[in-house]
Design a protein around this ligand. Structure first.
Ligand code: PRP
Length: 175
């Protein structure tokens, strides 16, 4: 890909407004606190930082690293754990924070790994959901936006590690 253009799919203001709604809903659903936000690196780092500030509760934050795409635009189907959690989640209410659910392979692998660590509960929040691409069923409890099957970048999402810092979610147009 020598030259690439981007087209805004979801502008920053719309993302921020939806995150405020999600944060309020999540805070209402966990009245006891004890919530651990678990961001999936790298893509979720931007969403997690905004979502955490929209949840009016004391929360713990940890990260786990996975990679399945390499440098391509489609999932390799194999998930690699690139970084483990720093803290224990035993007995905690875990909210897995993901930027996008595509095939569902990453999350179904990760949920399996996390369940073995005996948290009290696990739920998933994803900013973006591409239901048309699902290969493995995953129950996503909170969804920011359902999007069509287009390759998106920005707001944490990359193509070959570029574009993560765009404030909008954009479609990458290949020339
Ligand atoms: C992306 C994205 C999700 C996953 C979703 O991560 O951040 O974690 O793919 O795809 P799936 O539902 O088909 O598994 P990627 O592996 O590209 O790593 P990154 O977050 O470091 O960019």
């Amino acid at each position: 890909m020598s030259q690439s253009k981007t087209r805004v799919l979801i502008p920053a203001e719309k993302i921020q407004a939806r995150i405020k709604e999600l944060g309020a809903q999540i805070a209402a659903d966990y009245p006891e606190g004890n919530l651990c936000l678990l961001g999936i690196l790298k893509g979720a780092f931007v969403f997690l930082s905004d979502l955490a500030r929209a949840i009016d509760l004391p929360v713990r934050i940890d990260f786990i690293g996975t990679s399945s795409y390499g440098k391509g635009t489609t999932s390799s189907g194999e998930v690699k754990l690139t970084k483990d959690l720093d803290t224990t989640i035993e007995g905690a209410d875990v909210l897995v924070v993901e930027d996008i659910v595509d095939s569902g392979v990453t999350l179904s692998y990760l949920i399996h790994v996390l369940e073995q660590r005996r948290p009290r509960s696990i739920r998933i929040v994803a900013l973006l959901d591409k239901p048309d691409r699902r290969r493995t069923p995953v129950k996503v409890d909170y969804v920011g936006f359902q999007i069509p099957d287009e390759f998106v970048v920005g707001y944490g999402l990359d193509y070959a590690e570029i574009y993560r810092n765009l404030p909008d979610v954009c479609v990458l147009q290949q020339d």
